[in-house]
Design a protein around this ligand. Structure first.
Ligand code: SAH
Length: 395
């Protein structure tokens, strides 16, 4: 490789697992503990400028600044809502742009990560799928999203992370072995609920989860991680057997095949009963309660009969239903259910002992940009292939 090429293709720290990072520092002729030092800055402290990594010798800092980058994402747009939600449009070196959301909860911050640029599942109410799938994201690109959101969270006043418990062994704060106050303000949860179908990119998603959980990198507990699927049954079963023990959310959206097929083409391949059976298998093997997501759509899946059929379907299964009023997608034909219908739906489920919550819609003020954000950037970044917009309904 010529010197010029060498400069043109930096090593991205996020593209390496812990062993890869050690190999990288060894290849530079440094002791292995440099890997730990670099990881601490990048993953724990949200510092991406190698020159600011004060426990590294100054020559090492220069070499890293020359040859490496902390992560591969460039923030092209940031939107902030008054409730603390931030959305980022992030470009990767090949010009693909994706969206990431930082959500501020009472218990701390969550990051909603995209797993693919675009999506090919074709759900009729979802903006992410409009232009199809452009490409899968790598584990490192998923990690880049977490780090960008983490750095943003660290910049906020301490109150933004209120509720983080440094003594909780399952939290980022507790996982930090090196102390340091900045560690206490980190990300509490990672949800794979941005654009893309995680199980359509299974290997990279699992690698990402392993790195999130690796104490040498982020050290996030399995219970802080949620994978959301449109109902790709083999993926559910494989994850159940993976031993990772993360949370599973399944986008159900209808209790019967006729309605679900209308909304989600994936239902033709894996119908409702197969999806629920796989979810039960997930619970049996992991003891993690599965969440069923259900977007209430006016006159499509929001009747009392639908609620009763849903209660019947899930009866006796210790799970959780998460309702959300549809976020209307521009040019889409579906409308959100009326507010009183949501209340009735909740009441019907609750009366039949189904655990149900209604998802708070965070970032409502920046919803206007949902879906438009990625697409607006298309001319600038000349996305190859699909250029669908994205809706970020995680809230
Ligand atoms: N592909 C995965 C994860 C991404 S979507 C999945 O399908 O689960 C995250 C969640 O948002 C899913 O439950 C999805 O069905 C839902 N969703 C998509 N578009 C929506 C919209 N317009 N309104 C409400 N929820 C939506």
């Amino acid at each position: 490789m010529t010197a010029l090429e060498d400069r043109a293709i930096p090593t991205y720290i996020t593209e390496l697992d812990a062993a890869g990072l050690r190999d990288f520092v060894r290849s530079l002729g440094w002791p292995a503990y440099r890997a730990k030092q670099i990881a601490r800055w990048v993953y724990r402290r949200g510092i991406f400028d190698f020159r600011a990594m004060t426990d590294l010798p100054s020559e090492a800092r220069e070499v890293l600044a020359e040859r490496a980058r902390a992560h591969s994402g460039a923030v092209v747009t940031r939107l902030h809502a008054p409730d603390g939600t931030s959305k980022f449009a992030i470009a990767f070196p090949d010009g693909q742009v994706i969206e990431t959301v930082l959500l501020a909860y009472r218990f701390g911050y969550s990051v909603c990560v995209s797993t693919q640029a675009g999506c090919r599942m074709g759900c009729r109410f979802c903006a992410s799928t409009i232009g199809g799938r452009a490409r899968d994201l790598t584990a490192g690109e998923m990690m880049s999203q977490v780090l960008i959101a983490h750095a943003e969270a660290l910049e906020r006043p301490a109150s933004g992370g209120a509720g983080l418990d440094p003594d909780d062994p399952d939290s980022l704060a507790g996982g930090a072995t090196d102390g340091g106050s900045a560690d206490l303000l980190g990300i509490r949860r990672v949800v794979l609920m941005g654009s893309g179908e995680p199980f359509d990119n299974y290997d990279q998603v699992v690698e990402f989860i392993r790195r999130l959980m690796d104490p040498e990198l982020l050290g996030l507990g399995a219970r802080r991680i949620t994978v959301s699927t449109s109902g790709v049954v083999p993926g559910i079963v494989k994850l159940a057997h993976s031993g990772l023990g993360v949370n599973l959310a399944v986008s159900l959206h209808a209790p019967d095949d006729a309605t679900r097929t209308l909304l989600m083409p994936v239902n033709k391949k894996w119908p409702v009963h197969d999806v629920v059976a796989a979810s039960k298998e997930y619970f049996r093997l992991t003891s993690r309660r599965v969440t069923f997501e259900y977007a209430l759509i006016k006159n499509v899946n929001d009747s009392k009969e639908h609620a009763e059929a849903l209660a019947q379907l899930l009866s006796g299964f210790p799970c959780h239903v998460n309702l959300i009023r549809l976020n209307p997608v521009s040019a889409g034909k579906f409308e959100p259910a009326d507010k009183y219908t949501v209340e009735e739906f909740v009441a019907t489920l609750a009366a039949r002992q189904v655990a149900v919550t209604v998802r708070r819609r965070l970032g409502i003020e920046i919803d206007a940009a949902c879906g438009q954000l990625r697409r607006r950037l298309v001319p600038t970044f000349s996305l190859g292939g699909a250029n669908g917009g994205e809706d970020e309904p995680c809230g």
